[in-house]
Each structure stands twice: as C-alpha cells, then as structure tokens.
Write a protein that binds this ligand. Structure first.
Ligand SMILES: *Cc1c(COP(=O)(O)O)cnc(C)c1O
Length: 461
C-alpha cells in the first residue's frame, strides 16, 4: 500500500484513507506520497483513445489501491466527471483548457466531486456521520457544498462573508438546502475563517467532532492531476513534452501538474503566473521566501493568497523544508525549480489589458484568473521560444462568474451557462450571524448537537 509522509517529517506515515480523513498531518505538515506511481509510455499513448472518466480511473486507481475496489472507483469517476472538458484551440498549438463546465463553473469541482464521493464512502463504511465546517471566499464553498449535496451521513456548514461574495456565488450555496447549511457572516473572509478555526480548537465543541474543508487535503490534489494527462493525450504526440500554464493562488492546481509530471507525463516547463501576490516569483528569483501578510486584494480574487500552503509540498519535492509558518529550514534545489518552473506576477491593470487583447486578437473570452494565465504565457514567450510546442493555458472559472469585470472591459456581459442560469429565481436559505464567537457557538450547538452525525477529526477544503 502506498504510504503518505508529512512535509514536516515529524508525523507517522499513513495510508490514503487516513490522509484523506486527517487533511493536515499531526505535525502541521502536509501529506505527500512517499513515492509516485509511474504510468509508462505505452499506457500514456493509449490515453488518446480514452474518455475523461476512464483516464481519471487509470490515474487515481494508482493511489486508491487497497482503499476502494477498482469497479467502485470506475463508477465514482463516471459519476463525478459527467461534464465536458473543452480544449479550445487559439493559435498554432496553443489551447485553452476550460475547467469550468462543472456544476459550480470552477475547476474546484474536479477535486470536490471526487473527494465528496471518496469521503462519503469512508463515512458509510464507518457507520458514523460527519459534519464539515468550512469558510469560503466564494469558489471553494460552492464547489464543496454542491459536491456533498445529498451525500448520506454528511452535513456541510459553509460560512461566507455577506458582502464579499457575488450574487451568483452566494446562490450556488444557498439554494441547495437538505444537508447543506449556509451562514452569512457580517464580516470579511478572515472573520469567517477565524470563527471556523476557533470552533475547531474549542474544547467545549470536541464532542461535535467537526471536520474542515480546505485546500491542503491530498485528496484535493490527486484529482487535479488528471486533466493534465487528458489535455496531453489530446494535444501532444506520444512522448512529446508540453507546457502547461496554471494561474495560481494556493498552488493546488499547479501541484496537480507537478504530480502528473512525477507520474511520467512529459513536461517541458510549468508556468505558474500569480496576481499582485507575488511571493512565489520573488522566491524563484531571489531564493528568499517572504510571505505577504495580509494578502493583497486583486481582481482575480480566488488567487489572493500571500502564503500558499502548497509551497510546502513543492519545496519538499525539490529536497527542501518549508514549514506552515513560512520558515525555510532547508532550501530546495533552486536550480532545478527554476529549470522546471517559470513564474511571473500580473497586476490588475495587465489583467484587464489581457482580457481586452485576448478578445480582440483571438476572440478568446477570459475571466480575470484565466487572463492572469494568458498573460503568464505571453511573459514566458519573451524568455523562451515556443515554436510549435504544445501549450495548454488553464482557464479556472467560467467568465459568467465574473460578469462585472468582463463587461467593464469588453462592454458586454458573458453568456450564462445553464448550470448558473438555473440558480436564478430559486429560493435562498441562509442564516445570518455576526462576527462574535459566542453567537456562532450557540448556532453550531443548536444545529449540530443531537441531530449531527459524529466522526473523528478530519479536514477538507
Ligand atoms: C481557487 C482558484 C484558483 C487558484 O487555484 P490554486 O489551486 O489555489 O492555485 C484560481 N482560479 C479560480 C477561479 C479559483 O477558484
């Protein structure tokens, strides 16, 4: 059985089941597989003939061996990935990989839908229930709520800042009901996160056995490696290395590409553009890591991360040690990092310019996160010739999730896909709370106590 080790090196190795249920390792490090299973060249070549869910099965079964029967995993992959994964040709061999066709129209659906099914299965085997408590600035909460909606034995409580999520993001959470409970907090995202963290640490709530949902769970990363295999199978010749451009915030999406590379997918370079939160390109250039605190508010708001938790994993894969507070205890092999990765910071001004230019030059419609990606490719092309190299730029959300930003630049609103249009007119249900912890605790007790399923410690976001 594949074992998972903590990046901090002070926690026992665990199997996938425990890594999924724990989220963070007990030494506050993040789990990584001890070694990466390899997919050999002949099998990779065969991916060209396979549909997305089957590629997902081939990749994920390497990790779930011993935890879930192959037939069962195959069914889960078919159910989780029942939507399109478009590769839009732009020019030469450059494509945009649109990861926005899931039910909440962001790439977070890919991971959330797989994790919900895997955790749902573990909970069903345990015969105990689980309450997932999560704070969101928008996309994670809606993807998690949608993915866990109707999963037996699991209740989800999502806190969101009342004035900081868009109408559409809010409706994606508040129209679900059943096992999904949403709470509008009169405060900022940081207030929501503080309430959740305080609840987890509250000795008077340990009997509720709450579990969290965050981006550090290894279960979030593994499904995010699949679409890189898929894109390469459609775009590259057998064995031909690709460039992927991944607009990054917490670097979970990028880690999916790194994992695919370690499993045998030929990569020429990974490009990880960021917004004004430029700690990573700074680190690549200088070798000194300086987190940005507080993070800077940018147009591509899902990437407003000043200390990306997944950097601990990236640094570990290159032989270094970065802890959860941002201290480098052992530097990674910077030369190898620079060889494999390119990064660049894209300001809001350049993001808007890119939305305009991509539309004018190619009739390519991008939202702010995808525009950071596209500009990242253009920046990369100034340092490296990309003649006939297959390139996929990842578009992480649907333009209709950011209608104001697009209309302000292009003068027209993006078309709304059916998944988002369905939300209009549906009744919304949510509780309203202030920022004070006492009020939140009373709310939690009222909602969870007595009726809530119980479970041991667990993390998910
Ligand atoms: C979460 C998110 C990102 C950032 O992804 P990371 O894995 O955190 O780097 C980018 N774009 C959108 C639309 C997102 O929701």
């Amino acid at each position: 059985m594949l074992r998972f080790l903590s990046t901090n090196g002070k926690a026992p190795a665990v199997g996938l089941r425990e890594a999924l249920l724990r989220g963070q390792a007990p030494d506050r490090g993040l789990y990584l597989p001890e070694s990466f299973p390899r997919i050999d060249a002949p099998e990779l070549e065969g991916f060209a003939e396979l549909a997305y869910p089957e590629i997902a099965f081939r990749v994920l079964s390497r990790f779930t061996d011993g935890m879930i029967a192959p037939d069962e995993l195959r069914v889960i992959c078919a159910e989780a990935y029942d939507y399109e994964v478009p590769l839009e040709p732009v020019y030469d061999r450059v494509h945009v990989l649109r990861l926005d066709q899931g039910p909440t129209a962001s790439f977070k659906d890919f991971a959330a839908r797989m994790m919900a099914r895997l955790i749902g299965k573990l909970v069903a085997e345990d015969g105990r229930g689980l309450t997932i408590l999560t704070a969101t600035s928008g996309d994670t909460g809606s993807a998690v709520a949608s993915a866990f909606h109707g999963v037996p034995g699991i209740r989800v409580i999502v806190l969101f800042p009342v004035a900081e999520v868009s109408d559409r993001q809010r409706k994606q959470m508040t129209t679900l009901q059943d096992n999904i409970c949403t709470v509008a907090v009169d405060g900022k995202f940081d207030d929501c996160q503080a309430l959740v963290k305080t609840a987890f640490a509250d000795p008077e709530l340990t009997h509720l056995a709450l579990s969290s949902a965050n981006s550090i769970n290894i279960g979030r990363l593994l499904p995010q490696s699949v679409y890189y295999f898929y894109a390469a199978s459609r775009m590259a010749q057998p064995g031909e290395p690709m460039v992927f451009v991944v607009p990054s915030g917490n670097f979970g999406n990028l880690m999916g590409a790194v994992i695919a590379g370690r499993m045998g997918l030929p990569l020429r370079r990974l490009v990880a553009p960021v917004n004004g939160n430029d700690e990573f390109p700074d680190f690549l250039a200088s070798g000194d890591y300086r987190k940005i605190e507080p993070s800077r508010a940018c147009l591509s708001n899902a990437m407003n991360v000043g200390h990306p938790s997944n950097l601990a994993r990236l640094v570990a894969l290159y032989g270094g040690h970065l802890d959860e507070r941002g201290t480098v205890h052992r530097p990674p092999d910077m030369e190898a990092l620079r060889r494999d990765l390119f990064s660049t910071a894209v300001s809001d001004e350049r993001t808007r310019e890119t939305i305009r230019e991509a539309w004018q030059a190619h009739r390519l419609l991008l939202e702010p996160h995808g525009a950071v990606g596209w500009r990242g490719l253009l920046d990369f092309a100034t340092v490296e010739t990309l003649d006939r190299v297959p390139v996929a730029v990842v578009e992480t959300a649907h333009p209709a999730k950011f209608p104001e930003a697009i209309e302000a630049v292009l003068g027209f609103p993006p078309e709304v896909p059916p998944a988002l249009a369905r939300l209009e007119g549906r009744p919304e249900h949510y509780a309203e709370l202030g920022r004070d912890y006492a009020g939140f605790r009373a709310f939690l007790r009222h909602h969870v106590e007595g009726s809530a399923p119980r479970h041991s410690q667990n993390q998910f976001d």
